[in-house]
Design a protein around this ligand. Structure first.
Ligand SMILES: Nc1nc2c(ncn2[C@@H]2O[C@H](COP(=O)(O)OP(=O)(O)OP(=O)(O)O)[C@@H](O)[C@H]2O)c(=O)[nH]1
Ligand SMILES: [Mg+2]
Length: 292
């Protein structure tokens, strides 16, 4: 008899969801940034131990949407909440207590799955603060030191229903390599670009020739305005080169072979507020409009 459960990792932007996903699968799958709202589309990570498979869905942060992209991010997180067998609601321990999830996520119906509150970044708070949350059944962990991650995994296993595995036991994600290449470009952009620019940038992989050595990957970085194009390219092409080098190294670690990244920067006017642009960039449920 096997077990297989889906765990949604949800919470406010910057709570540490992607860092925890990477810790449980043991690979840098999801992009991580000190800047909030780095995750836009859910990232799936699979971990199989013996007879139990856990499917983690790292969600975009829960926020009050101001524009259509944020509405689509919110819709993706809410969908994952309703699809899960267990909802892991992450919140930094330093900001204890976590606000009510149903109102934070503006859920129109209660979720089917149980919610476990997981206080994150415990390494940033002295151990004396931990007893604050006892005797509730919340968990405390640090995804960067690994403290508390095993107890979190044990809780996930307790909630995994009896079921055949959904994926082969050696798989760690269900998303294609091209998705991660586009994400690594965004991660580099989050790191190397300032202020609003990382938020105005989207990536698309146009061509992926795996049979070639190095693997040839042609990508487009979209910005919203012409003036942003120059900032992404940088003086003498320095900025785009740095973004490309960083993303190529991450892509090579995942692909396991040398990669050639061909980068193009184009303007896709106001893509963050346009339905068809968001659909093209992979968002499945784009709301008709933003409701406050
Ligand atoms: N010290 C410490 N920092 C952490 C820990 N977990 C995450 N961080 C940091 O917190 C920041 C946000 O982490 P992410 O994993 O990107 O957070 P997220 O919840 O996925 O954020 P969004 O995708 O923007 O919603 C990054 O700078 C991480 O390095 C932790 O356990 N300890
Ligand atoms: Mg994230």
């Amino acid at each position: 008899m096997t077990r297989c459960g889906t765990i949604a990792l949800v919470g406010q932007p910057n709570a540490g969801k992607s860092t925890l996903l990477n810790a449980v699968v043991g690979q840098h799958l999801a992009i991580v940034s000190p800047k909030p709202q780095s995750t836009r589309l859910p990232v799936t990570g699979v971990r199989t131990d013996g007879d139990t498979q856990l499917v983690f869905v790292d969600c975009p942060g829960l926020l009050e949407p101001d524009y259509l992209l944020q509405g689509a991010m919110h819709a993706a997180a809410v969908e994952a909440i309703h699809d899960a067998d267990l909802i892991a609601y992450l919140h930094p321990l330093a900001d204890f207590p976590a606000p009510d999830l149903a109102s934070l996520a503006r859920l129109d119906r209660p979720p089917r799955a149980p919610v476990v509150t997981v206080y994150t970044k415990a390494d940033l708070v002295g151990p004396s603060a931990h007893p604050l949350i006892r005797p509730s059944d919340a968990l405390v962990l640090s995804a960067t030191t690994g403290d508390g991650v095993d107890a979190f995994l044990a809780r996930c296993r307790d909630h995994a229903p009896e079921s055949p595995f959904h994926y082969p036991a050696d798989e760690i994600s269900t998303q294609p390599l091209r998705f991660f290449v586009a994400e690594y470009l965004r991660e580099a952009a989050f790191d190397l670009l300032e202020e609003e620019l990382p938020y105005a940038l989207a990536c698309e992989v146009d061509e992926f020739r795996e049979a070639e050595t190095p693997v040839y990957i042609r990508t487009t970085l979209f910005v919203e305005r012409d003036s942003q194009k120059g900032m992404v390219v940088g003086a003498g092409g320095r900025t785009i080169k740095a973004i490309g080098t960083r993303a190529r190294q991450a892509a090579e670690a995942l692909v396991g072979r040398p990669v050639y990244l061909d980068l193009w920067v184009k303007v896709l006017p106001k893509w963050r507020s346009r339905r068809e642009a968001l659909t093209r960039l992979g968002f499945r449920s784009v709301p008709k409009e933003i409701t406050a």
